[in-house]
Design a protein around this ligand. Sequence first.
Ligand SMILES: O=P(O)(O)O[C@H]1O[C@H](CO)[C@@H](O)[C@H]1O
Ligand SMILES: O=c1cc[nH]c(=O)[nH]1
Length: 256
Amino acid sequence: MEKRVYHLALKKNDLAGARIALIPGDPWRCGVLASVFRVQKELAFHREFRSFWVQDEGEPALIVSSGIGGSSLSIAVEELAQLGVQFFLRLGTCGAIQEHIAPGELIISEGAVRMDGASLHYAPLAYPACANWGMVKLLREACLKLGYRFHTGITCSSATFYPGQERYDTYSGYVIRALQGSLEEWKRLGVLNYEMETATLFTMCRVLGLQAGAVCGVLVNRNSTEEVDSSLVEKVELKLALVGKEVVNALSGWPD
Ligand SMILES: O=P(O)(O)O[C@H]1O[C@H](CO)[C@@H](O)[C@H]1O
Ligand SMILES: O=c1cc[nH]c(=O)[nH]1
């Protein structure tokens, strides 16, 4: 019997030639992303990793949730790469830290600040976390075609949602001194947003010879509030789904 990878519970035959994976954090989002494709089939749901096989006009693709955080994402990417996936596109949510970025808009990451932790197991901190430039170009073209407002730049990936993103609205209300003022500093340095997985994805894909991109929908502007606006989730997930489908169709036929 064909072997299944341990965490995703997928086997090579399940991919039926798919080389591209769309990677949301949330397993629920997999169903939303799959729903915009012409053909969709749920393959597995093991721990935080839910998988669909989808196809539209071009090559087939997988949709696989990463769960929250770089360590969980690294497992999904490792196991998908073992099965033959070459292109990884994170479709996530985030908090904006620049004043001019509005909730509901999209942020395409060109690179990421490596506060994720997990990427240190792939390369020393001095190594940059960069997107594949071709994937950035396809993401920008998809957003322009769909008429979505978007921003392109540097993302800060934090190992934690609360202290690493300098949230005080927590149980203790305390953020350690090393992180106090960090939001203001990233803002001064032109960083656009906080989320939790992109730096791991970019670093490990670069090191392993895989191609990676990331786009996130904004759920909060941190200059106004620490609280995420969950009423925006549905709206940004639909945008992410349509952008993901455009990129999958455009990637068809690309060399590995
Ligand atoms: O919506 P997803 O893709 O999970 O992304 C963001 O949301 C989670 C935190 O709420 C983290 O995973 C963060 O990166
Ligand atoms: O502020 C936010 C919103 C979503 N995801 C994050 O990691 N941070």
